[in-house]
Design a protein around this ligand. Structure first.
Ligand SMILES: *[C@@H]1O[C@H](CO)[C@@H](O)[C@H](O)[C@H]1NC(C)=O
Ligand SMILES: *[C@@H]1O[C@H](CO)[C@@H](O)[C@H](O)[C@H]1NC(C)=O
Length: 436
């Protein structure tokens, strides 16, 4: 029990240290205006400047864009015996002030006292020095706020008071130091700023990027490859690799279009394959006249009689539910419509059974992207079939294809024979095909 308490106490004290601790050692490492000011530096609001915080302000550095700190007009009030009675002065961290107080004196031995209090940490160097000449003495009060003066939650400016009193003199004097502890610019934060490519908020010339982005202008993606992801590698960033349904994005991931017919079904994890590509793959089903579920497909695929009314159905985002597709099987051009429901069950309706094929159509039907897509579909098929097998075995509610369960299964995880999996290259002549 004692050791538990010990740990707790240590943790609390470490946290307190971290809250106050600010590394003011290297000014070029300070990336935040408030920290820079609290360390006694000057802040540059120009995002193009490499060094943003500097102890000095050389002429060549950050022209016209150095953050101006709030300063109060200096004020001074005369006193009757101890003079002055009151001083208000702005004093930045890293600067030093020296203020003189005079008073009449008969002796050279004067006892000068001062008391300090502050709205922040009392990390303020104060010195006093008194010398007398004739019947007048002068006390010089020196002051310099340290880099630990401003607390992490300090306001735009804070105060530090020094009260000076002299033995035998009823009057006392007060110096009110006004210390900038934060930048005015920190108060103006522009969310989703165009200066940060709309990927972060902008303040004091600094972009604070949203998740997934970094760089001075949030121009650089942070790419995290997840297991099972399929990278596209097209350096020209052309869209052919993404099935013509998307572009190869900055993280070598296909980013599918969202505004195309059928974009509802574009598969982000499979080179933006559309529902026609996926369904065409089960060509034995498309060639089959049987209604109901087709057993020759690696995903649940059902045939419905053609119903034109269904073709007009839209989802909540006004996207078509049924997509028109084409395929050529045994020299026959089959036109059909396909859709997939939220349970991952796919349906198709044959619109046209068998149109005579012209040479042009064959060329048009075989897309350049097909080999890539088929390879991936093969991999996905293994994964989907494995998952499918479990699902069908247990008969729990079917899972959508987009379920992470599918994506997380790599092809290499599947070693044994899967009764549901049909190799993608198998060709199967349907004996009943062509009899209608
Ligand atoms: C087509 O589908 C709609 C909606 O499901 C249904 O009301 C209609 O009866 C169907 N038409 C035919 C001819 O089956
Ligand atoms: C589908 O076939 C029709 C003609 O039957 C053709 O006009 C259309 O371009 C084809 N679509 C695709 C995607 O091949």
């Amino acid at each position: 029990m004692a050791s538990v308490w010990f740990t707790v106490v240590i943790l609390i004290s470490i946290q307190q240290v971290i809250a106050i601790y600010r590394d003011c050692g290297e000014f070029q490492n300070l990336k935040n205006c408030n920290d820079c000011i609290r360390c006694g530096g000057h802040w540059c609001n120009d995002p193009n400047e490499v060094q943003r915080c500097s102890k000095d302000t050389p002429d060549t550095w950050c022209k016209g864009k150095v953050e101006k700190l709030p300063a109060l007009t200096r004020a001074e009030e005369k006193g009757s015996i101890l003079n002055p009675k009151y001083i208000l002065q702005t004093l930045e961290i890293g600067s030093r002030a020296s203020l003189n107080f005079t008073f009449p004196s008969k002796t050279n031995e004067q006892k000068v006292e001062y008391v300090v209090n502050s709205t922040q940490n009392s990390d303020f160097q104060v010195t006093k020095q008194t010398y007398c000449q004739g019947e007048t003495c002068t006390t010089a009060i020196g002051a310099a706020p340290e880099s630990t003066f401003c607390a992490a939650d300090g306001g735009t400016y804070e105060f530090f008071h020094v009260k000076v009193s002299i033995d035998g003199i009823p009057d006392s004097s007060v110096i009110k130091f006004h210390v900038p502890c934060a930048c005015t610019c920190s108060e103006a934060v522009e969310a989703q700023s165009p200066k940060c490519n709309r990927r972060g908020s902008y303040s004091c010339g600094v972009c604070t990027c949203q998740a997934g982005w970094t760089g001075p202008f949030c121009e650089q993606p942070i790419c995290e490859k997840k297991r099972g992801d399929v990278p596209c590698t097209d350096f020209q960033r052309s869209n052919t690799e993404c099935s013509g349904n998307g572009v190869c994005g900055p993280c070598d991931q296909c980013e599918c279009f969202t505004d195309r017919e059928g974009s509802r079904y574009f598969d982000q994890d499979n080179y933006c394959a559309d529902i026609c590509m996926t369904t065409n793959y089960c060509d034995q089903c498309l060639a089959s006249p049987l209604p109901g579920q087709c057993q020759d497909c690696h995903f649940p695929l059902f045939r419905l009689p053609y119903n034109q009314t269904l073709m007009t159905y839209k989802d909540d985002f006004n996207r078509k539910l049924w997509i028109k597709c084409n395929t050529t099987i045994n020299d026959c051009n089959i036109e059909y419509a396909a859709m997939r429901d939220n349970n991952g069950e796919s349906f198709y309706m044959i619109i046209n059974n068998c149109d005579p094929v012209t040479g042009e159509q064959i060329v048009g039907g075989v897309s350049v992207t097909l080999p890539v897509v088929l390879g991936v579909i093969a991999m996905i098929a293994v994964a989907a079939a494995t998952a499918g097998y479990i699902i069908w075995k247990n008969r729990t509610p079917p899972m959508p294809l987009t379920d992470p369960m599918y994506q997380n299964i790599d092809a290499e995880d599947c070693t044994g024979e899967n009764p549901l999996y049909k190799p993608p290259t198998s060709s199967f002549k349907n004996p009943t095909y062509g009899k209608w």
